[in-house]
Design a protein around this ligand. Structure first.
Ligand code: CAA
Length: 277
């Protein structure tokens, strides 16, 4: 199977890496050479680390990756995974374009963590071959992929992607197209609650994280994780949950909005709940 990945940010480059590592030829598309270069560097760095622990031929993996700036390079792919920014209008535009560019048999998937797959499928002429493939950050290390089926996704499509995910050495769970699916529905309210605790001055950032690491055996604390996900992404996700459910229990912390407005987006900008040098 030939794989395409549209968008080469944190998630897109990780997705491209895991497919190429498993032996698939992957075309990665993004808007300019500079972002693609950065994605390639990130992949090389990650493969370098993994090759010390696993039997990975870094050069061979890199040779299976093709970096392009034009979306038409995705036309011969059997599966295209969209991993652009979390914006439904932008995603709908991409799905419409991919539907026109790609072969009628190509499966179109989105890595969205918060937006409706059904809405994306609706702008295509192949809703039976549209699904969600929700990977977790950092993609090379996290074992899970949520497979999101809409009411129109065919059982054949779901079976193909399920087998594919198994072939890249990941586990999957099947979920319906509901706000935040399963993992984030449980995870995001916890991150939000941790931010409320900071806002209220209940404990320090470090102590809140230490609490969950040592008191609940989480590998990293919620605020460290929020910085890792990116506070802008987290804000998008939280707003999506609140707006879609209308449930006041999902209220977005003011502190999160303030930090995003100030440009403190977490690890990627060097400052969030922690400072990174
Ligand atoms: N590629 C390759 N190797 C990597 C890597 C990457 N991207 N990131 C870390 N590593 C390696 C490190 O080099 C290190 O290797 P050694 O043990 O050989 O030194 C090893 O992984 C452990 O890394 P660290 O010591 O830096 O950190 P850690 O022990 O905390 O482990 C982790 C890292 C596995 C990511 C762990 O922190 C963890 O499981 N965190 C939780 C992640 C999580 O919850 N992700 C979900 C986020 S939510 C999401 O993604 C969904 C969404 O839609 C927003």
């Amino acid at each position: 199977m030939k794989i395409g990945v549209l968008g080469s940010g944190i998630m897109g480059n990780g997705i491209a890496q895991v497919f190429a590592t498993a032996g698939y030829e992957v075309t990665v598309v993004d808007i300019n050479e500079e972002v693609l270069h950065k994605a390639k560097e990130t992949i090389e760095k990650s493969l370098g680390k993994l090759s010390k622990k696993q039997d990975i031929q870094v050069d061979e993996v890199l040779n299976r990756l093709i970096f392009k700036t034009d979306r038409t390079s995705l036309k011969d792919r059997d599966l295209v995974i969209e991993a652009i920014t979390e914006n439904i209008e932008a995603k709908k535009e991409v799905f419409k374009e991919l539907d026109e560019i790609c072969n009628q048999k190509t499966i179109l998937a989105s890595n969205t963590s918060s937006l409706s797959i059904s809405e994306m499928a609706a702008v295509t002429n192949r809703p039976d071959r549209v699904c969600g493939l929700h990977f977790f950050n950092p993609v090379p290390l996290m074992k899970l992929v949520e497979i999101v089926g809409t009411k129109q996704t065919s059982t054949e499509t779901l079976a193909i992607v399920e087998e594919l995910i198994g072939s890249i050495n990941k586990e999957s769970i099947r979920v319906t197209d509901t706000p935040l699916f399963v993992v984030n529905r449980l995870l995001v309210p916890m991150l939000s609650e941790a931010i409320f605790l900071v806002e209220e001055g209940t404990a320090t950032v470090k102590d809140i994280d230490k609490g969950m690491q040592l008191g609940a055996s989480h590998p990293i604390g919620p605020l460290w994780l929020a910085d890792m996900i990116g506070l802008d992404t987290l804000l998008y996700i939280q707003e999506a949950l609140y707006n879609k459910t209308g449930d006041s229990k999902y209220k977005v912390p003011a502190l999160l909005r303030d930090m995003v407005e100030a440009g403190n987006l977490g690890r990627k900008t060097g400052k969030g709940f922690y400072e990174y040098k």
